[in-house]
Design a protein around this ligand. Structure first.
Ligand code: UD1
Length: 518
């Protein structure tokens, strides 16, 4: 297992390209099952979940290949959505010197030596066989989005056997709403030996309410919407998720020939069609990665320019960062993130889109942990998603859990420590905290991070961070994290006076001024 050794205290500075959205790419890849003919996807991020879904799709008879150079799928494919093309750095106001806005170097893909920051090669998906319909537990358990093959399999192949993904460290992850929606479309479903076993002759359009106790469901809406594209008649989904990733899937399905209206609203209407054909599509920028990089700049008091940002998808996050005191300047699809004033505490409530996303909760908490004062962080989507709080406390943060909220008493500085990542976004939060902490930190179990971030450590190092990837072993632990005799309380002096350097520093921070007795 790998870990990151992070040297804290470095200001990030430079330019970085945000990758395509993981949560948009995965259901879009799964929906390739619906198409007759090849699909070509631009901007699919290079991360483990994409590889895992690629393996799952291969097992389901879909050929998945990364193409070596930019290509056009076939001559008769429609062009990619021009809105979603690479950023145009020209200022719409027409003012001069905006070719490389903010004076911080050229866009990453033009920089020599930054090949890893260039957009990835397109991904081509083509159904070769419509026979297989079993999504094995071994693949689905590694990546929850594997459930997204359920709707497309049922709609296109009339049967599906998909492993239940199970819970995870961010809380319960039920799929009852997925099943409710597909049943409403006429599918017969049962759960047996950990698998959802489903069949349907041809799905029939229906009126479906998809709201649950915690609001709408993102992958549930994706599953039901994708299935309804090939149903007989019209389906309406009420309380549909409005997340940009759902809209991106709908845009992709429409480009394949589906008839979906209402995208981005809680009311979707899907007129079923007989067949869908392959298309070419560019994945939207990853708003969660963008937020993570913005917070990385803020937490290190850095000066970072992000390319390929879609700020319209991030209004709530941008407003929250502005409330905290982070300066965001934008030109087209480029955003500069700096800190020019003292940062301020803020209460944050995570809600379904267009609220602040639950997937940024942990990263915001890391930032608030180093802003003196009290902030309250509440997660209305996953009320148990707080495992990172205990790890931040190991770095000196003061965080107390109160039901679906965490009360963060910001401290002026964190200290490096060895911490354990519990899930994808928690891992990112711990890396952010480590970037800001005094001294070295170790973030363990970073396989979570590999699942969902496209080369985050490389991007951060390109901005000046000091992150080293190492095999998690006692030998690789930095010596600076070892507690030596000088750090311990002297037990034999009959005195409760503490003398280690940590205690001296702690006393300085607490402003307890006592004469030193050496
Ligand atoms: C997706 C995202 C994940 C994000 C989450 C919320 C992907 C691959 N993952 O996960 O990164 O954190 O949206 O924005 O896109 N619920 C039910 N019944 C269901 C389904 C969900 O009660 O059938 C509940 C969940 O427990 C949760 C809430 O609804 O409390 C939202 O979950 P959902 O939107 O379904 O999350 P995912 O689609 O799994």
């Amino acid at each position: 297992m790998d870990m990151f050794v992070v040297r804290g205290g470095r200001r990030l500075r430079g330019r970085v390209r945000v990758s395509g959205s993981k949560n948009a790419a995965l259901p879009i890849m799964a929906s390739a099952i619906l198409a007759d003919g090849p699909n070509v996807l631009h901007g699919v991020p290079e991360l483990v979940d994409v590889t895992t879904l690629g393996q799952l799709l291969s097992a389901l008879g879909v050929e998945v290949t990364r193409q070596p150079a930019p290509v056009s799928a076939t001559d008769n494919l429609p062009p990619a959505d021009p809105e979603m093309q690479a950023p145009d750095p020209v200022d719409p106001s027409g003012e001069a010197s905006v070719l490389y806005p903010f004076g911080l170097g050229q866009p990453a893909e033009d920089q020599p030596g930054s090949d890893f920051l260039a957009p990835p090669a397109p991904l081509r998906l083509e159904v070769q066989s419509t026979g297989p319909c079993v999504a094995e537990y071994d693949l689905v358990r590694r990546m929850r989005a594997g459930i997204c093959v359920l709707g497309p399999l049922l709609a296109r192949r009339g049967r599906a056997c998909v492993s239940l993904p199970g819970g995870c460290n961010i809380g319960d992850r039920p799929v009852d709403l997925h099943l409710k929606g597909l049943r409403a479309l006429g599918a017969e479903l049962r759960v047996e030996r950990g698998y959802i076993i489903a069949k349907a002759k041809r799905l029939r359009g229906a009126r479906i309410y998809l709201g649950g106790a915690f609001g709408s469901t993102v992958t549930g809406t994706c599953n039901v919407m994708a299935a309804a594209t090939l149903a007989e008649g019209t389906t309406t989904i009420e309380a549909a998720a409005c997340e940009p990733e759902v809209v991106d899937l709908g845009t992709f399905l429409n480009a394949m020939g589906a008839k979906i209206t209402g995208l981005g609203t809680p009311f979707l209407s899907i007129e079923g069609v007989e067949r869908l054909s392959g298309t070419e599509h560019t994945i939207i920028p990853d708003r969660i990665e963008a937020a993570t990089l913005m917070i990385a700049s803020a937490i290190t008091r850095g000066d970072v320019v992000l390319d390929n940002v879609c700020l319209e998808h991030m209004t709530a996050v941008a407003e929250k960062l502005a409330e905290i005191g982070v300066t965001l300047e934008t030109v087209g699809r480029t955003a500069r993130v700096t800190v020019r004033d003292e940062l301020r505490v803020a209460d944050c409530i995570m809600l379904p889109y267009p609220g602040v996303p639950t997937d940024t909760q942990a990263q915001l908490m890391a930032l608030l942990a180093v802003i003196p004062g009290i902030s309250i962080v509440t997660d209305k989507v996953f009320p148990d998603r707080f495992l990172h709080a205990a790890e931040l406390v190991r770095m000196g943060a003061q965080i107390r859990r109160e039901g679906p909220s965490a009360i963060v008493s910001g401290v002026s500085e964190l200290s490096g420590a060895s911490v354990m990542a519990s899930d994808l976004r928690a891992s990112a939060a711990l890396v952010l905290a480590a970037l800001a902490a005094r001294g070295e930190s170790v973030v363990r179990r970073i396989y979570h991070l590999d699942r969902g971030y496209d080369r985050l450590a490389l991007k951060l190092n390109d901005l000046g961070a000091g992150i080293v990837r190492a095999t998690d072993s006692p030998e690789a632990m930095p010596a600076s994290l070892a507690i030596g005799a000088a750090d311990l309380w002297p037990a034999d002096e009959g005195s409760h006076e503490l003398r280690g350097p940590n205690w001296l520093r702690a006393r300085e921070r607490l402003r307890i001024h006592q004469p030193e007795v050496e």
